[in-house]
Design a protein around this ligand. Structure first.
Ligand code: SAM
Length: 234
């Protein structure tokens, strides 16, 4: 009897480690084929993409596609972004370990988990309570203590904890919401966001020095809409 319990347990441990190996290999392939081959070169970003378990942030039906080259549906008709999009937006933020970051659009929590490995604190806002709760549970399970989740309209930012060194919007905005520009550090703060019309947008990087901002435009992309006071209508 004892023996069978031991062998069952051993079987379970083996099964788990086999699984972990498979996902680690998938992450390695994802980094090489989807990120390095497309020009992601920041070693710190690549190391984090190698480390953070994207499969923990997708739905059960999508486990098999967790490391695929695509955005995937999560609950409430929302999406977890494509790995390449997460990597390039993270690279554009030029994160430092002392940075305080504001993310608009928590979604699955994957982007926040990536940011939390490279910055001091991450404040993340989600308008859908169900998604915010799901992400919080994942952060707790992973022992994350530097991510703070709030349910509200992220287009208004989170003035109580401003200014932020970096701000990232992970839903498509018609224009960068003015409250977010106000809450960005004037000492070289960087904001990265998809900006454009509802179905076609470009990644914009905005740098704020004093009360001046300079903007650069990057790749074309498709995101779900930012809904709110300074976003699109529902
Ligand atoms: N960063 C997410 C991840 O890693 O899974 C992906 C975000 S998903 C592409 C966009 C998210 O933005 C959705 O969860 C959506 O509910 C949220 N969203 C849209 N408008 C918002 C707003 N005004 N404030 C906060 N969240 C918003």
């Amino acid at each position: 009897m004892m023996l069978s319990i031991v062998s069952k347990m051993t079987g379970l441990i083996y099964y788990k480690s086999e699984h972990m190996d498979r996902y680690a290999k998938e992450r390695e392939r994802m980094c090489k084929e989807q990120l390095v081959n497309r020009g992601i070169s920041d070693k710190k970003v690549l190391d984090v993409m190698l480390k953070v378990p994207r499969h923990n942030f997708v739905t059960e039906e999508n486990l098999i596609r967790a490391y695929g080259d695509m955005a995937l549906e999560i609950d409430c008709d929302q999406t977890i972004s494509q790995p390449y999009m997460v990597a390039i937006m993270t690279e554009l933020l030029e994160l430092k370990e002392t940075d305080r970051v504001l993310e608009i659009g928590t979604g699955s929590g994957y982007q926040a988990a990536v940011l939390s490995e490279l910055a001091k604190e991450v404040y993340t806002i989600e308008r859908i309570e169900h998604l915010a709760k799901g992400a919080m549970e994942k952060f707790e399970q992973a022992g994350k203590t530097n991510i703070f989740v709030k349910v509200s309209d992220g287009t208004l930012g989170l003035a109580d904890y401003a200014p932020y060194d970096k701000i990232i919007i992970t839903a498509a905005a018609p224009a960068v919401p003015p409250p977010l520009i106000e809450q960005l550090s004037s000492d070289g703060g960087i904001l990265v966001a998809p900006v454009g019309d509802r179905y076609s947008h470009k990644i914009v990087k905005l740098r704020k020095i004093g009360n001046k901002t300079e903007e650069t435009h990057h790749l074309q992309c498709i995101f779900v809409p930012l809904i709110g006071a300074y976003g699109f209508n529902p």
